[in-house]
Write a protein that binds this ligand. Structure first.
Ligand SMILES: Cc1ncc(COP(=O)(O)O)c(C=O)c1O
Length: 364
């Protein structure tokens, strides 16, 4: 018998058209520009605090394995949630993958919105799922989810897993708690797990957490990458019924997060007020930027994420050229619900001011 990789690699991986970005050729972003392209939080006041913690990093952290018990206990206290309902994850992306790993076998149906966070379609392919997309429609104010279509799809398809970022990305749209309850109930009746991805919490403070005790089929994924300004640490967490969480812990590697992350989190979890203050600065920046864009006559969406959309319409080329020396952002979308819009991650008012000046100058 001769070596044949195709007979050895897991089937869904090979049979699907799963392409991933090159892992060598990508180039780092230019340091001189303001990075508003990946929905991070680089608020200077928050950075001072997180870097202050890093400067006092225990020298042993680099040489020793992590002990994450204290972080579980602190997080459980902050969230007012039984630690048996918590699983630390490598970013919320890692959390989403764990949910797929626990729930999805080849051929299983997975319902997700479209467009949505890029990894949902990727994990569908990776785990051999049959993806069922519920597409955003376009309204006068940008993308809108047809909620009754989502519910009907769940009832008809009886998928293993239903995924919804709330707010969703890149649309910025959101469901309220009543709709989330209806969604969880519909999933429960259809025997589906509901994954609510709250990556942007507490930039949007809507949460499905009050439903956790009601619905054993509910999982919530969160991250320290957005509001907490810790995207580089790659930490997040899953919240779910203790029954489901036990399964997620069965899938735990030897160590679920690294020692530097545990060190920083242990200190940052005592400083939630600092995080909330940063969120307030981002939201004030958002309000300022949106007001200025509307004054200039540009359409904007009502985004609940840590990003905003602006439609520069006939001025787009001039604006993009004026901003190119100053800021990285997403210039355009191919998806029909967002065509014509550009997207900027949130920054503070001070961060947005020079951008507003350049845009004003370009359209004058
Ligand atoms: C909706 C959504 N979920 C998950 C993630 C992944 O976040 P993390 O950096 O925690 O993996 C993102 C990141 O942009 C996101 O927008």
């Amino acid at each position: 018998v001769s070596f044949n990789l195709n007979t050895l690699v897991k089937d869904p991986l090979l049979s699907s058209d799963l392409y991933r970005p090159d892992w060598v050729q990508n180039t780092p972003r230019a340091p001189a520009l303001l990075w508003l392209d990946k929905n991070e939080n680089m608020d200077a006041d928050l950075l001072k605090v997180t870097n202050g913690i890093l400067k006092n990093l225990d020298p042993l952290a680099i040489a020793t394995y992590p002990d994450s018990g204290p972080v579980y206990r602190k997080l459980s206290e902050l969230l007012q949630l039984d630690p048996k309902m918590l699983r630390l994850t490598p970013g919320s992306d890692g959390g989403i993958r764990i949910v797929f790993d626990a729930i999805v076998s080849p051929g299983d149906k997975v319902i997700h919105t479209s467009p949505t966070f890029a990894m949902y379609p990727v994990y569908c392919k990776m785990f051999g799922a049959k993806p069922i997309e519920v597409k955003y429609v376009r309204d006068a104010n940008g993308p809108r989810l047809n909620f009754s279509e989502l519910l009907t799809t769940i009832k008809n398809e009886r998928a293993k897993l239903v995924c919804l970022p709330n707010p969703d990305s890149p649309t910025g749209t959101i469901l309220g708690l009543d709709e989330l309850r209806t969604l969880a109930k519909t999933c429960f009746s259809a025997n589906s797990i509901l994954l609510v991805d709250e990556a942007y919490y507490p930039i949007s403070d809507v949460t499905a957490q009050p439903l956790l005790n009601e619905f054993p089929n509910l999982v919530i994924a969160r991250t320290f990458a957005k509001a907490w300004g810790l995207a580089g640490l790659r930490v997040g967490y899953l919240m779910a019924s203790s029954q489901l969480t036990e399964i997620f812990h069965k899938l735990r590697p030897m160590y679920e997060v690294n020692t530097v992350a545990v060190f920083v989190l242990d200190r940052m979890l005592d400083k939630y007020d600092v995080v909330l203050a940063s969120v307030r600065r981002l939201l004030a920046g958002r309000d300022y930027f949106l007001d200025e864009m509307r004054l200039l006559g540009f359409e904007t969406t009502n985004s609940h994420g840590n990003f905003v959309h602006v439609n520069f319409s006939v001025h787009a080329e001039k604006v993009h050229s004026a901003l190119s020396c100053r800021v990285l952002y997403r210039k355009a979308f191919a998806e029909p619900c967002l065509t014509g819009y550009s997207r900027f991650s949130l920054t503070t008012r001070e961060g947005f001011e020079p951008i507003v000046s350049l845009i004003r100058g370009a359209v004058r």
